[in-house]
Design a protein around this ligand. Structure first.
Ligand SMILES: Cc1ncc(COP(=O)(O)O)c(C=O)c1O
Length: 400
């Protein structure tokens, strides 16, 4: 008898981890693969944050932490939300978890009854869909378009909502498109949500500080404070502070929701790593000079990749306003043949072609719910990005 629950057949392994495994195998075989598949900054965790972690260990702050997070961290998060976003929360409205992923999982876990729907604009961060499925909910995917800058249009949202809708998940700057919502976009989304009081909003703001040139990050709650009573703001340390391995994220929301998320976490992983929490306090309260420096580096890399990709016949991308990904349309390559005579019929064929012929690992758009695209992460050294683009151009020039 199969021991695995039936609904697991609808759950996918995270695409980034699957591609990483294939690329690692190619590297093991001796191929020089440039990996542009990971969603993590190539910078080190800032020194003062590292030191705070070391200090926490030396000072013996290594016991079970409180389930929602240590009070100094929750207080620091409240100060951050007020300082950066003008939002007022108390520590009882905050939960820290092992990454944003766990916080999102907690939220869906305590709110979804079987059959409840979650509206997810595509392209999306894959875990929204699979975590919904894992929690017996129904993902309702709404495809945005490149023409609309990959932003959810209010009429699309209106059409997707039903009496079973529990959540809308918004993520901007977006992984993988880099889309940033302007004030008028957020006001329009809020207007739709006001008409549907059963719908909660999960706002994943993890790329808040990775935003370029004229773009500005706004929390939807700046324009719609009335929605705070049914909004969960999710944020974390992985991207801004290059702390992917420390596994720390947080949620801010109404007390009743947070209490239940704490209850769930108390029966799953308990409090997040105490050392990471003390380091995170230093991250939030310490010098933020590195943020602007990292942002400037990312912006140069973005401009490089966008220019090189758009110079390749058959590929097209918008210049992302935030995050560190370029979401490339490969519609222009479909139907072409490789030198071995294989026709590129789907984006998956394109991605495989790039991996095996150009030795560049990228992630196919279907794992973000939108085809035919692929995602390039520009969180890599400039020389690697230049070489990767050169290889992609060269491989594409061999297509007929
Ligand atoms: C939009 C988005 N949210 C959340 C996460 C996960 O963050 P964490 O490392 O805090 O679990 C990612 C990571 O790629 C992401 O792109």
């Amino acid at each position: 008898m199969n021991v695995i629950a039936q609904h697991m057949s609808a759950v996918k392994q995270s695409a980034a981890s699957s591609v990483a495994a294939v690329a690692a195998e190619l590297v093991r075989q001796g191929h020089d693969v440039i990996r542009l598949s990971a969603g993590e900054p190539d910078f080190a965790t800032p020194d003062h944050v590292q030191l705070a972690g070391i200090r926490a260990i030396i000072e013996g702050k290594t016991k079970y932490p409180p389930i929602p997070g240590i009070l100094p961290l929750r207080e620091a998060i409240c100060r951050k939300l007020e300082r950066d976003n003008g939002l007022k929360y108390g520590p009882e409205q905050i939960i820290a978890g092992a990454g944003c992923k766990q916080v999102i999982y907690n939220a869906l876990g305590v709110t979804l009854d079987p059959g409840d729907e979650v509206v997810i604009p595509a392209p999306y961060f894959g875990c929204y869909v699979d975590q919904t499925t894992l929690n017996r909910g129904v993902p309702v995917v709404v495809e945005t378009t490149q023409a609309n800058g990959f932003r959810l249009m209010p009429e699309q949202l209106e059409a997707a909502i039903t009496p079973r809708t529990k959540w809308l998940i918004l993520n901007a700057p977006n992984n993988p498109s880099g889309a940033v919502y302007r004030p008028e976009d957020l006001k329009a989304v809020a207007e739709v949500l006001r008409r549907h009081p059963q719908v909660w909003l999960l706002s994943d703001d993890i790329y808040e500080h990775l935003i370029y040139e004229g773009a500005v990050f706004h929390s939807i709650l700046e324009f719609a404070p009335d929605l705070a009573e049914r909004t969960l703001v999710v944020n974390g340390f992985s991207k801004t502070y290059s702390m992917t391995g420390w596994r720390l994220g947080y949620g801010a929301g109404p007390v009743g929701l947070i209490k239940n998320m704490v209850k769930l976490q108390s029966q799953s992983t308990s409090g997040a790593c105490s050392i990471s929490q003390w380091a995170a306090v230093a991250a939030l309260e310490g010098d933020h000079g590195f943020v602007a420096k990292n942002r400037a580096v990312f912006q140069q890399r973005r401009d490089l990749v966008v220019a090189k990709v758009n110079a390749i016949e058959g590929l097209f991308c918008l210049s992302p306003e935030g995050a560190f990904y370029v979401f490339v349309s490969c519609a222009g390559l479909l139907g072409r043949s490789t030198p071995e005579g294989k026709v590129l019929e789907t984006e998956a064929d394109v991605v495989e072609f790039l991996l095996h012929q150009a030795h560049v690992a990228v992630i196919h758009g279907a794992s973000f719910g939108l085809s035919p695209f692929f995602r390039i992460s520009f969180a890599a050294k400039t020389e690697q990005l230049e070489e990767a683009c050169r290889r992609i151009a060269e491989a594409c020039s061999r297509l007929t």
